[in-house]
Design a protein around this ligand. Structure first.
Ligand code: SUG
Length: 416
């Protein structure tokens, strides 16, 4: 079977909550202390996957991580009951749902040894995300156990790495060699730059990428300061199309010129700040959309409903579609529960371009499997979690039980 792009979505875990843990992620800060709806959140995620299947795309899943993160708390000399509330929230986050931060992926045609390489992200900047990589790595090793893949541990924690959210690939077709673009931050005004260039360069070396087809691009301080804590909040690529905000990169002209040199025929769809101010782009998550090519060939932007509801963004979309631009279709999806923590449709998925037959089939889904997952979630996921609930024994027991039921439904008990 030829190489296809598979979107692996993180199933939204039963402990999904609004603890406001991510400095520089404006939605997370704005919604701190709110009441979350884990069941509705996870079902929204499944509906997004159904929409992808309906487009004719191949869809995969990653499972939620064990919460509370007991091993991490033990390393800190405490337990979920004894920890002070801030620490407990860091151990109860469902943030692994944002699979774009799970790993960086270099498909086989780009690498020296012809394997598809994955490096798990260390996520070391935010405490609640810094412990994700252990369970993520375990899962990647099962999903991508075939020798056609090389799954790497994290780069040393001296350097921050946030995975595919800061990585883009441009390519003529998914089976051909592409160019890989790594976007890093240097400064972010009051907010941390979460992707360090040293980490990006280490990944490119480890994956055996060709330096003449690899570019390291600095994300603009203005974008990070405005709330673009990852590049995928201001840019996304698919095939020969780069869709980006005019203020995404520090050196806009130099970046576009370098990309054009490396990839003649690239189509850069730039949205100017005068058409869509950075603040609107970040609030609506226009660029945190899945830019995909369904089998009918009509490039489609799977965007959050917030884009439809933001006038400048809606006007830009309407003009672009009417002009017969590179993006031919826009499909809106409701992922509001995730959006309220700063995670749009693109955050929720990790793209892996490979032959689907090489992936452990337990991680691939069709409509029937999604129906089964919806039943499990409907039965076991808590309906609501308030900020003060995170250390309650009943909630903790429910969260543990819910994840076990899901692993059983997927025949993935070995990950428990
Ligand atoms: O790391 N939010 C995530 C959102 C990640 C979005 N991913 C991409 N852009 N690819 C983050 O900031 C909020 C959790 C909280 O506040 O409880 C959070 O972790």
């Amino acid at each position: 079977m030829p190489i296809r792009e598979i979107n692996f979505d993180g199933i939204i875990g039963p402990s999904h909550n609004y603890a406001g843990l991510s400095l520089g992620n404006l939605a997370s800060t704005r919604n701190a202390g709110g009441v979350s709806q884990p069941r509705a959140a996870a079902l929204q995620g499944l509906d997004k996957m159904r929409a992808n299947l309906a487009l004719g795309l191949v869809q995969g899943v990653f499972v939620p991580q064990p919460r509370p993160a007991r091993a991490w708390l033990a390393e800190l000399g405490t337990t979920i009951k004894a920890a002070e509330p801030g620490l407990a929230a860091n151990a109860m986050s469902a943030s692994a749902m944002w699979a774009a931060n799970a790993a960086t992926v270099s498909p086989a045609p780009d690498t020296a040894d012809g394997k598809c390489h994955l490096t798990v992200a260390n996520l070391r900047t935010m405490p609640h995300r810094s412990h994700e990589w252990v369970a993520t790595l375990a899962q990647l090793k099962v999903a991508f156990a075939d020798p056609a893949f090389a799954v790497h541990g994290p780069v040393p924690a001296a350097f921050g790495d946030e995975g595919a959210a800061n990585h883009m690939r441009l390519v003529g077709g998914h089976g051909a060699p592409g160019i890989e673009l790594f976007v890093y931050g240097r400064t972010g005004g009051p907010f941390p730059a979460r992707q360090h260039v040293e980490a990006s360069k280490a990944i490119a070396r480890r994956h055996g990428l060709d330096p003449s087809r690899t570019l390291f691009i600095e994300q603009s301080e203005e974008a990070i300061a405005a709330g673009a804590f990852h590049n995928d909040v201001v840019a996304v690529a698919n095939e020969r199309v780069l869709f980006a905000h005019g203020k995404a990169f520090t050196d806009r002209d130099g970046t576009f010129a370098a990309i054009e040199r490396m990839m003649p025929g690239v189509e850069i769809v730039e949205v100017s700040d005068s058409d869509v101010p950075l603040a609107d782009a970040i609030k609506s998550y226009l660029f945190n959309a899945q830019l995909v090519t369904p089998p009918d060939g009509a490039m489609t932007l799977v965007a959050p409903t917030e884009c439809r509801d933001t006038p400048s963004v809606k006007a830009w979309i309407d003009r672009h579609l009417a002009s017969n631009g590179a993006i031919r279709r826009v499909a809106f999806v409701d992922v509001r529960q995730s959006m309220a923590n700063g995670g749009g449709p693109a955050c929720l998925r990790l793209r892996v371009a490979c032959d689907p037959a090489l992936v452990d089939p337990r991680f691939l889904v069709d409509e029937a499997k999604l129906d089964r997952l919806a039943m499990t979630i409907g039965k076991h996921w808590p309906q609501e979690i308030a900020a003060g609930d995170l250390q309650q024994s009943t909630l903790i027991a429910d969260v543990i039980e819910a994840r076990s039921a899901l692993l059983e439904a997927l025949d993935l008990e070995s990950l428990s």
